[in-house]
Ligand binder design. Sequence first.
Ligand SMILES: NC(=O)c1ccc[n+]([C@@H]2O[C@H](COP(=O)([O-])OP(=O)(O)OC[C@H]3O[C@@H](n4cnc5c(N)ncnc54)[C@H](OP(=O)(O)O)[C@@H]3O)[C@@H](O)[C@H]2O)c1
Length: 386
Amino acid sequence: MNVFITGSTGFLGGEILMLLSKRDEIKKIYCLLRAENDTAADARLEKVFKLHGDFFDRNKVIPVIGNLSDDGMDQQLIANEQLKDVNVIIHSAANTSFAKIYDDVVKKVNLNGLQQILNWSKTLEHLETFTYVGTATIIGKGVTDRLIFEDESPSANSVHFVKYTYTKMMGELMIRETLPEDKILIVRPSIILGDSRARIPRSNVILWTLAAVNMLRLIPVRPAPKLDIISVDYAAYAIDALLFTKRNHTVYHISAGEHSCTTNLKLTEAIAPHFSDRPDFKFIPHKLLNQIKLWAKNKLPADAELHQHTEYLDYWHEVFEEKSQLRILFGGMDPYIEFINLGQVFDNKRLIEDTGINYPEPVHDYVQRCIDHLGNIDIMEGALDP
Ligand SMILES: NC(=O)c1ccc[n+]([C@@H]2O[C@H](COP(=O)([O-])OP(=O)(O)OC[C@H]3O[C@@H](n4cnc5c(N)ncnc54)[C@H](OP(=O)(O)O)[C@@H]3O)[C@@H](O)[C@H]2O)c1
């Protein structure tokens, strides 16, 4: 079997690549990545393998330079003779930014880029499976506080907080229009947070938000709604298992589900004892988010409800050099705060039944092994590029 993977320098794609590189059934793994030249491409892959001490077999893992933003990348791939025998495509690359200023790039990479890969995939004589790494959150913001099933998406009715989830939904539709059903595998992870193996993950995607919550302590979210979070190693393991199992479905949630989901409260309770020098976590109504933003601009009216939490405002004065940092932080966290307030849990029966893998370990348990790393994350860096 020969595999072509995109996004292997990323958080999830890197973990998928590691698992695939250990599989004897796979002869070659071609990795599409952005690089100036062959030396730089090799160095980028080497870095991915080095991070957790994995073995980089250059006879098996081969870089293919390409940028999903480039029109004409499909022709580049079609002209590449070594890719003619690819059987399995795993499209994990995406621009995952939630920031509005990146909307055009997000669209370009996630839709035009996907179209390029699809155009090429149609020319492959031996293509067996096109694996699309989607996201469970394409369900949108209209569905709250309940268990959600794979067949509910994509839906024309879904309303999206961010362009990113919209493009991921449209991506699924594009694939279905282009390829026959029996060649499609759509995997939809829920929220991927950190690594359950007590390792520093390949990237701090989303994990920075938990580090930010841990710093802020006063949080404008509901404590009780269920939260569907999995670790990156579980996500990769589940995708690898699906690739090598007899599948009864085209679409699978890769999620915590009812069995392993958490809540905002459980998650904060899990980390609280490790940072006992900080104020207790306190959940406040979401509507106070605007007051926090006003406070950070020195425009909070004297009679505003937020003043009831003066001890936290004093604490923020202590830990943030400038109030503008808080504005940046909440600006970056805005869409995440919306998501974790939704109470969405994604059913994972299909995954568990077809692969026989275990349910994931709940995040409030595995996060205990990420504590050291959590305290060291630069939250401003995450907020500036959410
Ligand atoms: N993280 C989550 O919580 C989550 C949840 C559900 C679904 N997903 C899905 O999982 C997939 C992987 O996400 P992730 O968290 O691993 O994201 P990530 O760490 O940001 O990785 C994104 C990958 O895409 C590549 N990429 C971006 N723009 C590109 C371009 N123009 N040309 C070529 N490659 C490009 C990046 O390459 P560079 O290294 O060159 O930037 C990187 O390898 C995505 O499809 C995402 O939608 C993620």
